[in-house]
Design a protein around this ligand. Structure first.
Ligand code: PBG
Ligand code: ZN
Length: 323
């Protein structure tokens, strides 16, 4: 026998030397939930070991992230009050704006990205302004632009619109540019599927739609060429980073978008992916640490440049250990 692939598997040193996928904590982003109030650090039922923090407490989470080598966070806000137009989302004293201030004041080295959407802020839980039972695309755009601008004014380093309205990257880019923020990047949730994997998040963020679903604006998971259409549109509108979401059931999409665009690709390993691992591990059915590592590597192997994960700290630690 001339060819013996096992020769390269003979020792840990050799296996690691010929690895095709290498990860770095530099590319990890940790999602965080900031809740209106004071002195709150409360575990989220649907997401074990993830917490709601009030703005005055979020520093704890930032310190832990930095200590583990995670240098970027993706922030979500949980306001006290919701209304039809999601006005709390662009209130300069809103919960997220306060959280951003708090973080950038005490930890300027932490890179702060904000989720730009309306569903956590609207009384009906949809990602935009309603016209009857439909989300009105064009009426929603100026709101998204206002929300993004208020985040950036509060100190956000980057904005990440997740609403899936058509033309929102243009609208946000134009508003940021007109207000002197032409250097602030946009990470677009370009390829975002209408997914049941968001369930635990919606419980965590109190953002489930009061009626209907999000299939009228998020993508149909039967489609993959449509992912390229969305990605190219966002790129042409000025997106700097393209995101695919969810991650694990969409590795083919990550690969396709990576091959057919020239922008960095972020993959969001969403709440349901995290919760499934936690639940199965909690039952003793799988090994949490190893499944976490294998899942994360598969997402990078598919072509992700950036990984957004509730396990970001643990993955950073795993990378350090050489796993
Ligand atoms: C807001 C938003 C959602 C997620 C990120 N931004 C929920 C949704 O679209 O319903 C999901 C994140 C996760 O499940 O971890 N639109
Ligand atoms: Zn939304």
């Amino acid at each position: 026998m001339i060819n013996r692939p096992r020769r390269l598997r003979g020792s840990d040193t050799l296996r690691k030397a010929v690895r095709e996928t290498r990860m770095s904590a530099d590319s990890l982003i940790l999602p965080l939930f900031i809740k209106e109030g004071k002195n709150i650090k409360q575990e989220i039922q649907s997401l074990p070991n993830q917490f709601h923090y009030s703005p005055d407490m979020v520093g704890q989470a930032i310190e832990e992230a930095l200590k583990n080598g995670v240098k970027a966070v993706l922030l979500f806000g949980l306001p006290e009050n919701k209304d039809e137009f999601g006005t709390e989302a662009f209130n300069e004293n809103g919960v997220l704006q306060k959280g951003i201030h708090e973080i950038k004041k005490n930890y300027p080295e932490m890179y702060v990205i904000t989720d730009v959407c309306m569903c956590e802020y609207t009384s009906h839980g949809h990602c935009g302004i309603l016209n009857g039972e439909q989300v009105d695309n064009d009426k929603t755009l100026p709101y998204l632009a206002k929300i993004a601008l208020s985040h950036v004014k509060a100190g956000a380093d980057m904005v990440a619109p997740s609403d899936m309205m058509d033309g929102r990257i243009s609208a946000i880019r134009m508003t940021l540019d007109q207000n002197g923020f032409s250097d602030t990047p946009i990470m677009s949730y370009s390829v975002k599927y209408a997914s049941a994997f968001y369930g635990p998040f919606r419980e965590a963020a109190c953002s489930a739609p009061a009626f209907g679903n999000r299939k009228g604006y998020q993508m149909d998971y039967h489609n993959s060429r449509e992912a390229i259409k969305e990605a190219l549109l966002d790129a042409s509108e000025g997106a700097d980073i393209l995101m695919v979401k969810p991650a694990l059931s969409y590795l083919d999409i990550i690969k396709a978008v990576k091959e057919q665009t020239h922008l960095p690709i972020a993959a969001y390993s969403v709440s349901g992916e995290y919760a499934m691992i936690k639940a199965a591990a909690g039952q003793g059915l799988i090994d949490e640490y190893n499944v976490m590592c294998e899942s994360a590597v598969s997402i990078y192997r598919a072509g992700a440049d950036i990984l957004i994960s509730y396990y970001a700290k643990e993955i950073a630690a795993a990378i350090k250990r050489g796993d």
